[in-house]
Ligand binder design. Structure first.
Ligand code: GLN
Length: 481
């Protein structure tokens, strides 16, 4: 019999339905697996075995009944440590569940543990965690990507059946690509942000990290939906069941290839794998069209102005008064603010607070923040024009390179910022995108391709990703651990 931990959620759901396994056996298998390999990978900050077993014993029903799901450490789980992998939230136990956690629970899912991440989701490598870096299951000398590196590594190493991540500029898709799993950022507003500790509120979106596209469609259907009371940016979805339209195929679908995404500097093996994927789509009956997204070159600078501006404002609340860490023996309130923040935030968080405060300060607001907002709309218009006039989907690499070595970019923030060059525009435009495994380098490192659709085009997106996956085996490969 296969090891239960190595199966997908839908395979396990079939077995649960047939009563050939129990939810407790699944949890036990996944926890044993994590116990055996997490010393090497360090995907988890906390693995709550006892609590997971307790949850598994409670009779449940629903679309994810009995399936253990790992949760990125920036999503609030009631009474469980939730720290954003930051010292400043050390000891913080939220008094409530994020909406996504409520939705998972109401569909019978089991909350498994908290996965490591870059502090406050600032990063592309998981090296900015205040606790320890997570390592890539395919090569433990390399980073798993970030910021949802813990979630992606946990799924890739079979330490979780599925996981939640958050994506502000690529943090679900890039680690999914680098770990050889599926990662999806839904249309902005599709999934409630209530209980997601904010990084950049106009860009953040929670989404699935899974072993295959079917599971991504399943998980998205569970976590999405209008949350009128708690998140005014949430919207009513077009459908609640993405599984129904999964196998509609790609015949006649127009797939746009943006010339700005195939640039010098992109790794040759990544480029080769993505070009093979384009050929496969053509073979399946899709029509490949050349397109242009002319404002792509501004995406990274625009993102780092808007994202840091919003982050500097969102992080103002961590001052030692209400949440987590407080410095020892403050002289007065100012001393408490200064030392709590000085001691609590890591280097990248400080860098972003300083940058964000600067671009918002009077005198610079118009020159930087307002200008960036204007260019953001041009970037969104590029996508809208492409989808109105030329294509149904856009295909690009997810990351310009496969997983890089631990430490390689740690001291070079600008080169780290370029890891998200292909994912950032999607957040600025608010459109959905998915990263799907599409090959391996000769050193056995996973490569991912990104599919992008227009706002609320999740069904088309998932359908195309599923068609690709059904005709390839990349997603079935497992790291040797
Ligand atoms: N790597 C990008 C950043 O550092 C994106 C992070 C994210 O999506 N949370 O901001």
């Amino acid at each position: 019999m296969d090891n239960l931990y190595s199966l997908t959620a839908h395979q396990l759901l079939d077995r649960l339905k047939a009563k050939s396994v129990s939810s407790e056996e699944i949890v036990d298998s996944v926890c044993k697996r994590a116990g055996a390999v997490d010393g090497k990978i360090k995907a988890y900050l906390v693995l709550e075995r006892e609590s997971a077993i307790r949850q598994a014993k409670v009779p449940a029903s629903g679309r994810l009944k009995g399936i253990p799901v790992a949760i990125k450490d920036n999503i609030c789980v009631e009474d469980e440590l939730t720290t954003c992998a930051s010292k400043i939230l050390k000891g913080f136990r939220p008094p409530y569940n994020a909406t996504v956690i409520e939705r998972l629970k109401s569909e019978g899912a089991i909350i498994l543990g908290r996965t490591n991440m870059d502090e406050f989701a600032f990063g592309s490598s998981c090296e900015n965690s205040s606790y320890f870096p997570t390592l890539n299951p395919w090569d433990t000398g390399r980073i798993p990507g970030g910021s949802s590196g813990g979630s992606a590594a946990a799924v890739a190493a079979d330490e979780a059946i599925m996981a939640l991540g958050s994506d502000t500029g690529g943090s679900i898709r890039q680690p999914a690509a680098l770990c050889g799993v599926v990662g999806m950022k839904p249309t902005y507003g599709t999934v409630s942000r209530y209980g997601l500790i904010a990084f950049a509120s106009s860009l953040d979106q929670i989404g699935p990290i899974t072993k295959d596209v079917y599971d991504a469609a399943l998980l998205l259907g569970v976590i999405q939906g209008l949350d009128k009371e708690n998140d005014s940016t949430s919207v009513r979805p077009k459908t609640t069941d993405y599984l129904a339209s999964l196998d509609k195929g790609v015949k006649g679908l127009r797939i746009g290839i943006p010339k700005e995404y195939f640039i010098p500097g992109i790794d040759k093996e990544v480029e080769g794998a993505v070009k093979d994927a384009i050929a496969l789509f053509k073979g399946l009956g899709a029509q490949i069209v050349d397109i242009s997204l002319p404002h792509t070159e501004y995406a990274v600078p625009v993102y780092y102005i808007i994202a840091t501006a919003e982050a500097s404002s969102n992080l103002a609340r961590f001052d030692g008064v209400q949440y987590g860490y407080r410095c020892g023996e403050p002289k007065d309130i100012l001393d408490m603010y200064e030392r709590t923040r000085g001691e609590g935030f890591g280097a990248e968080a400080k860098r972003r607070i300083i940058l964000g405060t600067y671009v918002l300060s009077s005198g610079y607001y118009e020159a930087y923040f307002l200008k960036a907002q204007r260019i953001r709309f041009l970037i969104r218009d590029d996508f809208q024009r492409a989808f109105t006039d030329h294509c149904d989907l856009i295909l690009t690499p997810t990351s310009p390179t496969p997983a890089f070595k631990i430490g390689e970019k740690r001291d070079d923030p600008l080169s780290m910022y370029l890891s998200d060059i292909f994912t950032i525009s999607v957040n600025l435009a608010g459109v959905p995108a998915i990263s799907v495994p599409c090959g391996f380098t000769k050193n056995d490192l996973p490569i991912g391709m990104q599919l992008i659709s227009s706002h609320f085009g999740e069904e088309t997106l998932l359908g195309a990703a599923y068609a690709y996956e059904s005709n390839t085996d990349w997603h079935k490969r497992k790291p040797k651990l």
